[in-house]
Ligand binder design. Structure first.
Ligand code: OAD
Length: 244
């Protein structure tokens, strides 16, 4: 197992728990997102085919809500690590908010898509999108900026769909000396399996979470507590060890 000074390449997986202290509900906690809506009603391609207005309204609400939120000390600490870490680093996030980027992180990969993108199912182009996707009072859905078709959907990976950029993620995992999982329950694959992959490929594994995740046994070390405290302390440790 690599000691800290031997670590060069880091892969960080983040989940809803890192944004919890910014006021964004997690999926599976008390008050979680799915409590008022069954997953199958809002987060599957079948739901969208059955009742597009319900699904669009749901995502419009979420898109609006995240724009009023702010990065917390955990996002800020990862952005600092990204800026100061000279080795390989990839922040793979399952989150569809933009709080990593707003904190200043650059090496971020959104494997479950982004709230602030719309995806045109007619021409396949993704466009930045901040407003609603639902039909306006005249009944028309907004047109795609690229092709003009009224066929935009949220650029969010639904259940039953393939997460984005898995090739890049697995390439980074193969290079990783350290894999760190932050604020994720380990309930949704393939992300939940990254710890096993990383470990089998020889990386040291660390989890920073409020409680033990479902895959906790796969981690060499688990630190339990709020991300807003654990992540800044861990980043400090990593940067200090490098400087030593
Ligand atoms: P979950 O809601 O499943 O898990 C959030 C985790 O964060 C739990 O283990 C909490 O204990 C932990 N947590 C809560 N508050 C925390 C805090 N302040 N600090 C640290 N940890 C905290 O969310 P995810 O694991 O991200 O997928 O869910 C994975 C995927 O399930 C999501 O990306 C989404 C959902 O279905 C798609 O939409 C495709």
């Amino acid at each position: 197992m690599a000691r800290m000074p031997d670590i060069r390449n880091i892969v960080i997986l983040t989940g809803a728990g890192i944004s919890a202290e910014s006021g964004i509900d997690t999926f599976r906690g008390a008050g979680g997102l799915w409590e008022n809506h069954r997953v199958e009603d809002v987060a599957t391609p079948e739901a969208f085919a059955r009742d597009p207005e319900l699904v669009l309204r749901f995502y419009d609400m979420r898109r609006e809500a995240i724009q009023a939120k702010h990065p917390n000390p955990a996002h800020v600490a990862l952005a600092r690590l990204d800026a100061e870490w000279r080795g390989g680093l990839l922040i793979v996030t399952q989150n569809v908010d933009d709080l990593h980027e707003r904190a200043g992180a650059k090496r971020v990969l959104h494997m479950h898509g982004e709230h602030l993108n719309a995806w045109c199912t007619a021409c396949d182009v993704r466009s930045q999108w901040r407003g609603p996707l639902i039909a306006d009072s005249s009944g028309g859905r907004p047109p795609c900026p690229a092709c003009g078709a009224c066929a935009l959907r949220p650029d969010v990976v639904w259940f039953g769909e393939m997460p984005y950029r898995l090739d890049e993620i697995y390439a980074a995992l193969r290079r990783a000396d350290l894999f760190v999982s932050i604020g994720t329950s380990g309930a949704v694959y393939p992300a939940a399996g990254f710890v096993r992959d990383a470990r089998e490929l020889g990386a040291r594994t660390l989890e920073l979470n409020l409680e033990r995740s479902q895959g906790s046994a796969w981690f060499d070390e688990s630190r339990l507590g709020p991300a807003g405290e654990l992540v800044p302390a861990w980043v400090e440790e990593v940067l200090d060890a490098r400087a030593a």
